[in-house]
Write a protein that binds this ligand. Structure first.
Ligand SMILES: [Zn+2]
Length: 239
């Protein structure tokens, strides 16, 4: 192996670039999560608005039904009045009058309900208008955010491309054998695989390194590992 200190510097540099790549990837993912959350919120708001529209349609339908019922009743009253002219007996006359009276009462009830429905329709229409305007505003702001997120994400992806390029260039200077070791350690540990030892403490696991090993580290004659966390360790001057 060539100069261990030099090789470790290369590994640390590669690792630094990997951390930058990870951060950029996380940012891209966070942006994408935000877009997903926005889409979900938009879908929920759309569903609420369309549910309110359905309620409004149901009110209008009830109104139309009552209106046609009232028309039928009015027609019946006209017919009964015509019949009145042709009746022969008082009994028949009274019975038709009673019928007319009942139909009128019924229609008066229907008209009351129609008025109530008109009020309900009016306020539901006003509320729907407000909700629709709110939804339009929300969708507009979502769209604007999405556009700015897309620009940011694109910038991050380009940065990742450049970082990958940089990583490849630095890695090319490393001993392939060392890269293999590094990849192996990376599979076993969380976070950084190459860490400094400062004042006999491993900066990966914060445990003490045996004095013997600590002395050997300063020789930079071979790759050494933390006996506790198994990361690649190197000596770093205090300060
Ligand atoms: Zn350690």
């Amino acid at each position: 192996m060539s100069n261990i200190q030099e090789q470790i510097n290369i590994l640390v540099e590669v690792q630094g670039v990997e951390v930058e790549i990870l951060q950029a990837d996380r940012l891209v993912n966070a942006l994408s999560d935000e877009v997903t959350a926005m889409d979900q919120a938009a879908a929920e708001r759309k569903a609420l608005v369309s549910a309110e529209k359905e309620t409004l349609d149901a009110l209008k339908k009830s109104y139309r039904e009552l209106e046609s019922e009232s028309k039928i009743n009015a027609g019946m009253i006209v017919k009964s009045n015509e019949k009145l002219r042709g009746v022969k007996t008082n009994k028949e006359y009274q019975s038709i009058l009673k019928e007319i009276d009942e139909t009128r009462k019924k229609n008066s009830g229907i008209e009351d309900r129609m008025l109530e429905l008109l009020d309900a329709i009016e306020s539901a229409e006003a509320a729907a208008k407000v909700k629709e305007a709110e939804l339009a505003g929300f969708l507009q702001s979502c769209q604007e955010k999405k556009e700015s997120f897309a620009v940011k994400a694109q910038r991050e992806r380009q940065a990742v491309d450049a970082l990958n390029e940089k990583k490849a260039q630095i890695s090319a200077k490393a001993d392939p054998e060392l890269i293999t070791v590094l990849d192996d350690v990376k599979k076993k540990v969380r976070g950084l695989a190459v860490v400094p030892v400062q004042q006999a403490i491993c900066m990966g696991c914060h445990m003490n390194i045996p004095a013997q090993l600590f002395n050997e580290l300063q020789r930079f004659d071979e790759l050494r590992f933390c006996p506790h966390c198994h990361r690649i360790i190197y000596w770093k001057e205090p300060g």
